[in-house]
Design a binder for this molecule. Structure first.
Ligand code: CMP
Length: 164
């Protein structure tokens, strides 16, 4: 699958123009995953963001791991550690042959510098996911950090990425 095709199918990047889309996709690395491959593990440090191009990935939390969500083409993950510096909040495993695009922090620095709306949109998704993780942790009697509101997350992103 073409890197630019993956970027094109993401709602998150819908506001980008062709030049910005080409720029962000050229900064990404395409990874092909086989069933059972782990992309990241809960508790590990991480500084990368992933966009799903093809296939399905399971987001799991706890021990034994329980599924929190399934991500498919157009979805993304890894934003919580990349943007807040916190350890990975969950483990992500390929459920079948999958393709993901991997982005590092410098790629996002450039993107946010040109398009702060994207940082705002991601902040909202992070806040929702934190809430879902919190709800899941309560159901499973696990520990989860308290959720932040999207404004606080956006503030942290602005600080980390020097957007002020
Ligand atoms: P991060 O904490 O960096 O690494 C694990 C990823 O799993 C996390 O970022 C999110 O992208 C993803 N994730 C966590 N909780 C959810 C959820 N409730 N729904 C979908 N994805 C999630």
């Amino acid at each position: 699958m073409d890197k630019i095709e993956v970027v094109r199918q993401m709602d998150l990047f819908a506001s980008l123009n062709d030049v910005e889309r080409a720029l962000i996709s050229s900064a990404a690395r395409l990874r092909v995953l086989e069933t059972g491959d782990h992309v990241c593990r809960e508790g590990e440090q991480g500084r990368t963001f992933y966009a799903v191009g093809r296939g399905a990935l399971s987001v799991r939390r706890g021990n034994p791991p329980a599924e929190v969500a399934v991500l498919r083409s157009g979805h993304y993950f890894g934003e919580m550690s990349l943007l807040t510096g916190a350890p990975r909040s969950a483990t992500v495993v390929a459920l079948d042959r999958a393709e993901v695009l991997e982005f590092d922090r410098p790629a996002f620095m450039n993107l946010f510098a040109n398009n702060v709306g994207i940082a705002q949109a991601i902040s909202e998704v992070v806040a929702t996911r934190q809430m879902e993780l919190r709800q899941f942790a309560e159901d499973a009697r696990l520990k989860a950090p308290p959720p932040s509101d999207s404004g606080a997350i956006f503030g942290r992103i602005r600080q980390l990425f020097g957007l002020d």
